[in-house]
Structures are given as C-alpha cells and as structure tokens.
Design a protein around this ligand. Structure first.
Ligand code: I3S
Length: 127
C-alpha cells in the first residue's frame, strides 16, 4: 500500500477504493450520498480522498483529502440489512457520533477492511 506522495515516510496499513456514505453526523441522521473514495487506513485515522475525475490511487491521479475520521473508541461491524440494499456493507461508528457505511462489490475486499479496521480500533483503544 503506497503512502501519500506528500507524506512519503508515513506508512499506511491499508488503502483502496471504497464506496462511502455518512448516515449520521453529530448523532443526527443525514441523507445518504454514496461516493467512491480512495480510502487509506493510517494508524487510528481513516482518510477519505477524492481524485479529480475519479482516481485509482495515489499514483493514478491527484488525490485530495476530503475528510478523515478518528477510529479511537469507535466500532465496526457488518451493517444490518435495513441500513442499505447494497451487498457487503460495513457500518463504522465513531466516538464523535458519526456513522458511516463502507461498501464494495468485492466481498473479499470488504472482509479485509473489516479485519483491518477491527485491528486498528483494538490497537488504538487504550492510547
Ligand atoms: O436508505 P435509503 O434512504 O433507502 O437510501 C437510498 C437513498 O439514499 C437513495 O437516494 P435518494 O435519497 O435520492 O432516494 C440512494 O440512491 C440509494 O443508494 C440509497 O440506498 P442504498 O440501499 O443504496 O444504501
């Protein structure tokens, strides 16, 4: 997983394209807006980057950080069926009262993200 060209010394545990929508912000339900992001797991941060005109990775096209979430004190689980009609959806909850759905049509990819996010949440739980 390549690190950001702007931060070549920072290591990222995992990166890839994921579809994401917020469903709750500051504890309030928000309207869904599915967007494909170049998603990077870096320590206890999950970074969502959008390429100009859609990119395939850091080195594919210019990627701009849209926003990030802090995984500390958060949780991740398979989303229940009522959360989305899509397949292979993860539900990520943050301590700041944000709920996100992460989705890919590739189920192997989603189980890798599930594992990586669970590990990151456990690793940084006590810092
Ligand atoms: O949970 P919902 O409200 O059925 O979510 C769907 C809607 O947000 C829909 O857009 P509109 O707000 O224009 O109705 C989206 O296009 C769908 O993708 C959302 O559902 P899924 O099941 O795809 O998460």
């Amino acid at each position: 997983c390549p690190s950001s060209p702007k931060h070549p010394n920072s290591s990222s545990e995992k990166c890839g394209n994921l579809n994401m929508t917020k469903i709750t912000e500051h504890g309030k339900k928000v309207r869904k807006n599915w967007i494909s992001y170049w998603t990077v797991l870096q320590g206890s941060s999950l970074l969502f980057n959008k390429g100009q005109g859609g990119g395939t990775g850091w080195f594919g096209r210019e990627q701009k950080l849209e926003f990030s979430v802090d995984l500390k004190g958060g949780s991740v689980d398979t989303a229940s069926k009522d959360k989305s009609s899509k397949k292979h959806v993860l539900e990520l909850k943050t301590r700041q009262g944000m709920e996100l759905l992460l989705q890919s049509d590739n189920d192997g990819l989603i189980s890798e993200w599930h594992k990586a996010l669970t590990e990151a949440i456990q690793t940084y739980a006590w810092e």
